[in-house]
Design a protein around this ligand. Structure first.
Ligand SMILES: Nc1ncnc2c1ncn2[C@@H]1O[C@H](COP(=O)(O)OP(=O)(O)OP(=O)(O)O)[C@@H](O)[C@H]1O
Length: 312
């Protein structure tokens, strides 16, 4: 069913450089959340802190009831088994074929028989659409296939949580669309908690239940998708619309007067309620049962749209 991750008052710096401070949020069990933010705002550092690869200066990260920031290495190792991580480049071993790459965590962390390992590897390869490519080397396949192979490897230990670091980086828009569908389908099938770091706004609009935005060392917002997509918060609107005008600058150096002037120039500085139809959610593909929460989300989103129209 996936597990909840509860982050409270998390702060991380490297030397004198504060990356982010006082970050608090809950990633609900079994839901898909996306973390956005301009380059260098510490999204990857956030993922690494969640999985215990980096230690925060302050705050807690509670996973399955245990604060991982306080755990000793041995206990942390146990909690890490709940996680699957898809790194940006798939992080595959170049000299191993896909089968051996995907089987690697099973050989490392379990005592399963070869026939059981084979069954699991082929099952996960089928889930990500890679059946038949077992003998290929990572260098012989496309970037999209490497991501899928990395995802199959992240799945073999049946994780309760999957962290995706820019799964769409370097992929063309069609491959991104296929990957998004795969993410939504997988979430419906395995019910794990997903956190995706991405720069791709189209994905962020369609895929998650929840969206967060990091900016200027703070978590500006974290909440249900529809709340962020209809937000009037200038940073959120600028980022989701991919505009130059607004608080986010090339090097985050804009002053308040400049921001105000820019916002006044935008055609729809405060879009009237009801004028922002929600981007439809990406649904699980045919034959995949939707998790029960989908009905509640659809009702919630419909209510929000009705309220916006009524307020207009
Ligand atoms: N191990 C480290 N030691 C020192 N500084 C680090 C370390 N890891 C990350 N940083 C710094 O932390 C900041 C945030 O980096 P991070 O890679 O998390 O940003 P990001 O939001 O993921 O960026 P992008 O969107 O470009 O991938 C950067 O200034 C980076 O140089």
């Amino acid at each position: 069913m996936g597990v909840e991750i509860c982050v409270e008052g998390l702060t991380k710096s490297f030397g004198h450089q504060v990356i982010w401070q006082d970050v608090s949020l809950t990633l609900p069990a079994g839901e898909v959340s996306v973390m956005l933010g301009p380059s260098g705002t510490g999204k990857s550092v956030f993922l690494k802190t969640l999985v215990g690869l980096l230690k925060p200066d302050r705050g807690s990260v509670t996973v399955a009831g245990r604060d991982i920031t306080k755990l000793r290495e041995h206990d942390l190792y146990e909690v890490r088994k709940l996680f699957g991580v898809l790194f940006q480049d798939g992080a595959l071993f170049g000299s191993m074929n896909l089968y051996d790459n995907i089987a690697f965590p099973l050989h490392e962390h379990t005592r399963k028989s070869e026939s059981e390992i084979r069954r699991i590897v082929l099952e996960k390869m089928e889930m990500v659409g890679l059946l038949g490519a077992e003998a290929k080397l990572p260098g012989e396949i496309s970037g999209g296939m490497r991501k899928r192979a990395g995802l199959a490897r992240a799945l073999v230990l049946d994780p309760e949580i999957i962290l995706f670091d820019e799964p769409d980086s370097g992929l063309d828009p069609v491959r991104v669309a296929y990957l998004n569908q795969l993410i939504v389908d997988l979430n419906a099938q395995i019910d794990a908690t997903f956190l995706i770091v991405t720069h791709d706004i189209a994905s962020a609009r369609q895929v998650p239940d929840n969206i967060g935005l990091l900016f200027r060392r703070e978590l500006v917002m974290f909440g249900p998708r529809e709340q962020l997509l209809t937000s009037d918060e200038p940073v959120v609107r600028q980022f989701l619309n991919g505009r130059m005008q607004g608080p986010i600058g090339m090097a985050e150096e804009k002053d308040a007067a400049q921001v105000e002037q820019e916002l006044a120039q935008i055609q729809e500085p405060t879009s009237p309620p009801g004028s922002r139809p929600l981007t439809p959610r990406l649904l699980p593909g045919p034959g995949i049962t939707r998790p029960p929460r989908w009905e509640a989300i659809a009702t919630r989103e419909a209510e929000l749209q009705r309220k916006e129209v009524a307020d207009a």
